[in-house]
Structure formats: structure tokens, C-alpha cells
Design a protein around this ligand. Structure first.
Ligand SMILES: Cc1cc2nc3c(=O)[nH]c(=O)nc-3n(C[C@H](O)[C@H](O)[C@H](O)COP(=O)(O)OP(=O)(O)OC[C@H]3O[C@@H](n4cnc5c(N)ncnc54)[C@H](O)[C@@H]3O)c2cc1C
Length: 256
């Protein structure tokens, strides 16, 4: 039996959630594209029907309605593409959310609430260091696309941790952005396979970060991290041990 304090706390949380949900857009959208871009990783594009447009800040996510509730998925498209939303979905949890998304077909209708989240891009001229594992790349891609449309583009470093070459996608996008904006650099860190090609690093992200980021850049930069909680936490600890970075320069989203 909850104490009176716990009961009030739980009531407050429910009220907070109800208020939050009522403040979000309730969106109906059509599945424009669904493709498996790597094993168990699907790219979805949803074209908005009602409302026809949405505005969001890079880094935010949607609450996708599924038969038994909601699941969170980060928006990977740029805010300038306001009539569509792209998400990158890892279906390995294979719970109700994954199963719902797997059975969707192009032309089908989805409902979601959006935009939500405080893991948002801070508009400033600091260098930005973006660290992702797996589909944690999604909100960072939205940030990169948004930053690439700005003038001047601040120094931007992407480190993306995956297991093997077959898990990698978006390589032509990174290479296009790098060709246009040489101050965008990207490092794909493969933990379980060796790749002797430019932009690939063999090993864990930690070693790749220390071999690419100087203490001066680390101290000036904003650090954005996204992925599984244990990885995000261990990366923050590692960075704090290696460099002097004020705590308020870390921004992260943990995929629970
Ligand atoms: C803010 C936020 C944004 C997110 N954005 C994304 C996104 O853009 N793309 C994305 O793919 N996911 C994202 N996630 C994670 C996603 O919402 C969860 O993985 C979701 O719970 C999956 O729903 P499900 O019903 O398939 O599995 P659930 O029934 O919710 O979970 C099933 C079980 O699988 C476990 N599990 C979770 N992840 C994994 C995994 N990777 N491998 C194996 N087991 C796992 C869970 O702990 C649980 O026990 C986000 C999470 C948060 C909090």
C-alpha cells in the first residue's frame, strides 16, 4: 500500500503526463517509406496528414501510439522538412512496439504525439561532439542536418559506435556533408570487425575519441550523447576522466 506522500507523488506524475500529452500535437500520418537499412534496423518515413506540418527542435522524439500504449522514437529528419518525420527503429527488443512497426506497410496510417523531449540542440557557436551507439544516431542526424544548413557551420565531430560493417548505414550522407563542410568529421567505430577504410576506426569509441579530440577542443565543446543508458553513462565517466569538461556541457538521451 503506497504512503500518502507516494500516492500524491504518483497523482502528480499522472497529472503532469496528462498536461504534457495535451500540449503536444496529436498527429496522424501515412507510412511513406519503410526499409530495412541494416539487420533489425528499419527506417520509417511518415508523411503528416493531420496536422499537415509540424515544428520541432533537433533531438526531440515522438510518442508513437501502439495498441497497448506509446513508445518513444527519436526524430532523425531535419526540422526544415516539416511535412514528414523520419525515425530509425531497432526492432531487437521485439516487444509490442517493435512488432507493431514490423507489421506496418507503406500507405498505412500511424498516430503519434509530438514533439517531446529536452535533449535538444543548443544554438551556439561552440564545437559540437556527437556520440551515438546504434539507433542513438537518430536525433544526432537531425542535429547534423540542421547545423549543416547554417552559416558558418561550427566544428562538428561525430563518433558512432556499431559492431560490424553490416550494421552501418547513412555513409553516403556523412560523406556528402563532409565534402560540403570539411569541418564536419565522422568516425565509425566498429567493435567487432576490422575495416581499413577512411572514417572507420577499429575498436571502441573511447580510444577513437582520445585519438581525435584534443583537450582544447574537448574543453570548448558541447557534448551530445545518445544510446543505451549503460553506454551513455560509461562514456560520460570516461570523458570526465580524460578531459576537463564542465558538467553543463553534457547533453544526453538514454534509450530505455
Ligand atoms: C526518449 C527515447 C527515444 C528513443 N528513440 C528510439 C529510436 O529512435 N530508435 C529506437 O530503436 N529506439 C528508441 N528508443 C527505445 C525504444 O523506445 C524502446 O526500445 C522501446 O521500448 C521498444 O519497444 P518494444 O515494445 O519493442 O519493446 P519493450 O516491450 O518496450 O521492451 C522489451 C524488452 O526489451 C528490452 N530491450 C530494450 N532495448 C533492447 C535492445 N536494443 N536489445 C534487446 N533488448 C532490448 C527492454 O528492456 C524490455 O525488457 C527510445 C527510447 C527513449 C526513452
Amino acid at each position: 500500500m503506497p504512503t500518502q506522500k507516494q500516492a500524491w507523488y504518483s497523482y502528480d506524475i499522472k497529472v503532469y503526463h496528462a498536461i504534457l500529452l495535451s500540449m503536444l500535437y496529436q498527429c496522424a500520418a501515412t507510412v511513406k517509406a519503410k526499409e530495412e537499412v541494416a539487420p533489425f534496423i528499419y527506417r520509417f518515413v511518415f508523411t503528416l496528414k493531420d496536422p499537415p506540418l509540424i515544428s520541432f527542435t533537433p533531438g526531440q522524439y515522438i510518442l508513437l501510439q501502439i495498441p497497448d500504449g506509446f513508445r518513444q522514437y527519436s526524430i532523425s529528419s531535419a526540422p526544415s522538412e516539416s511535412t514528414r518525420i523520419e525515425t530509425m527503429v531497432d526492432v531487437t527488443p521485439m516487444g509490442p512496439g517493435s512488432r507493431y512497426l514490423l507489421q506496418l506497410k507503406e500507405g498505412g496510417v500511424v498516430n503519434f504525439r509530438a514533439p517531446i523531449g529536452v535533449f535538444t540542440l543548443k544554438e551556439n557557436h561552440r564545437p559540437k561532439i556527437l556520440l551515438a551507439t546504434g539507433t542513438g544516431i537518430a536525433p544526432l542526424k537531425s542535429m547534423i542536418l540542421h547545423i549543416a544548413q547554417q552559416q558558418p557551420v561550427p566544428d562538428l565531430y561525430l563518433f558512432w559506435g556499431l559492431r560490424r560493417k553490416k550494421d552501418v548505414y547513412f555513409t553516403s550522407l556523412w560523406s556528402e556533408i563532409n565534402a560540403k563542410h570539411p569541418n564536419f568529421s565522422y568516425h565509425i567505430c566498429l567493435s567487432r570487425e576490422r575495416m581499413d577504410e577512411p572514417h572507420y576506426f577499429n575498436g571502441h569509441m573511447q580510444e577513437c575519441i582520445t585519438s581525435s579530440i584534443t583537450p582544447e577542443v574537448a574543453a570548448q565543446a558541447d557534448w551530445y550523447l545518445c544510446g543505451r543508458p549503460i553506454v551513455v553513462e560509461s562514456l560520460v565517466t570516461f570523458i570526465q576522466q580524460q578531459y576537463t569538461v564542465p558538467k553543463d556541457r553534457f547533453f544526453h538521451e538514454k534509450y530505455t
